[in-house]
Design a protein around this ligand. Structure first.
Ligand code: G3D
Ligand code: MG
Length: 188
């Protein structure tokens, strides 16, 4: 066995299903597209009204491979029929709002987090994301409000992103993956 092969044999592999929640047009699909870049496998399930996207993440420093299965609502953000299936087996979520539209921020607590808590019982990790940080002049939600809300709802983290410019995207996904690993008792 070569050193590489020995190393390979110790690699741990996990599959995590995560969901992106938030009002229409906050940038959920754009966040996924930006994160996956060319590495993009998509499987649209018209009957579910959801896209399922897969991405493999290699965490070399801890000899761990994570396969992320991302569920993204397609279209109307009306998913009542498939709700339980949407959340089934889910271990983490991004709660996404648009910093230029206050009502998308309000929906986080009044709608999306409620759903997540209702269907994903114990130990689901969730991160609050304020997207479209590039639209500085149109900002309607101050970053402090985001921070406050994330503390109030006990989100693992709060981060502002720009799917357009590619800012903080890697960071956001890495925060979520690390939190999920922690929840599973895996040291990172
Ligand atoms: P959704 O999946 O949550 O419904 P989308 O949202 O990813 O479809 O994005 C909705 C619109 O917002 C798109 O514009 C998209 O380009 C834009 N958008 C997404 N993220 C950002 C961002 O970080 N900054 C800016 N400025 N725009 C963003 P269109 O015009 O294609 O509908
Ligand atoms: Mg979308």
């Amino acid at each position: 066995m070569t050193t590489e092969e020995i190393k390979e044999s110790f690699v741990k592999e996990y599959v995590f299903k995560i969901v992106l929640l938030g009002d229409a047009a906050v940038g959920k699909t754009s966040l996924i597209t930006r994160y996956c870049e060319s590495f993009f496998e998509e499987d649209y399930k018209p009957t579910l009204g959801a896209n399922i996207i897969r991405k493999d993440v290699n965490l070399e420093d801890i000899n761990t491979k994570v396969r992320l299965i991302m569920w993204d609502l397609a279209g109307q953000e009306k998913y009542s029929v498939i709700r339980s299936m949407y959340f089934q087996g889910c271990v983490g979520a991004f709660l996404v709002y648009d910093i230029t539209r206050y009502h998308t921020f309000d929906s986080i607590n009044s709608k999306w987090l409620k759903d997540f808590k209702r269907y994903v019982k114990k130990e689901g990790a969730y991160i609050l994301i304020g997207n479209k940080s590039d639209l500085k002049k149109q900002r309607a939600v101050p970053a402090e409000n985001g921070k406050e809300l994330s503390e109030k709802i006990k989100a693992s983290n709060f981060i502002e992103t720009s799917a357009k410019l590619g800012e903080n995207i890697e960071e956001a996904f890495s925060l979520l993956v690390n939190r999920i690993l922690k929840n599973f008792g895996i040291n990172v």
